[in-house]
Each structure stands twice: as C-alpha cells, then as structure tokens.
Design a protein around this ligand. Sequence first.
Ligand code: 4NP
Length: 144
Amino acid sequence: MRVLCVCLGNICRSPMAEGMIAARAREAGVALEVDSAGMGDWHAGDPPDPRAIAAASARGIDISRQRARRVRPEDFMAFDLILAMDRSNLAALERLRPVGATAVLRIADPEGREVPDPYVGGAQDFETVLDMLEVIAESVVGGG
Ligand code: 4NP
C-alpha cells in the first residue's frame, strides 16, 4: 500500500505524518510506502521546519532528509490512500482530483478531527500534532 500525507506547506504536519507512519509500519513489519506533499509550493525543496524535525526526533523519528514538494494530479494514481490533514486540505484535494483517480482520499484522523496547523504556534502545538499522528499512524498501519 502506498500512502501520501498532505498538508498546506509540507514542512510541518505532513512530514511528521510521513515519518510517524513509516516508523510505526516498520516497527509492525507492515509493508507501506509513505510520502508527503503540500498544497502550496512556497517551501518546495526545503527540509521540514526545524521545530518539526526536533519534535519528531525527540520521539525517535528522523525526518531531516525529507524535502517538500507540491501535490500533483498524478499522485491520485500513484498512491492508494491520500490523507488530508485538515478540511481545507481535503477540499483543495477534491478540486485537484483528476478524472480516473484511483486513490482513496480522506481526512487523516479516523474520527474526522483536523490536525491543527502548528506553523504559527509553539513547541506544544507540535506535540499536539504528534499525539494525533500516533493515533492516525495506528489506524493506517493497523488497518493495513
Ligand atoms: P504545514 O504548515 O501545512 O503543517 O506544513 C505550514 C507551513 C507553511 C505555511 C503554512 C502552513 N506557509 O504558509 O508557508
């Protein structure tokens, strides 16, 4: 299964989601291919936000080698599951979704909660995101 995590900038939430899901899948021995992308391209080519790298690292997850990119229409064929971090990302992805898309598109959280954007926040906001991503990763890895 191939999973794409999507947020707005691809430097905070979706890189942490990619790292968390990949780590939990590895630990569980589940074969998953995970990537992430953003709706915007302001940070294309950049590593994740230093606060995201630090918060993930504190949980044993190295996301420092990731590089941001914008989501592409072809992603709807290249991935089986596309996870939107919030409702705004979901709406934008629905507008981008091409005819013939094969990926399942849904909000990442299994209970439909939005993963809040920590970009203008502080360290605690990154912890809140990571706590939600633990649940999201469990639902993806456990659900296959
Ligand atoms: P993310 O956070 O969507 O979790 O990566 C953001 C990062 C950058 C911007 C917005 C959100 N930005 O506008 O540059």
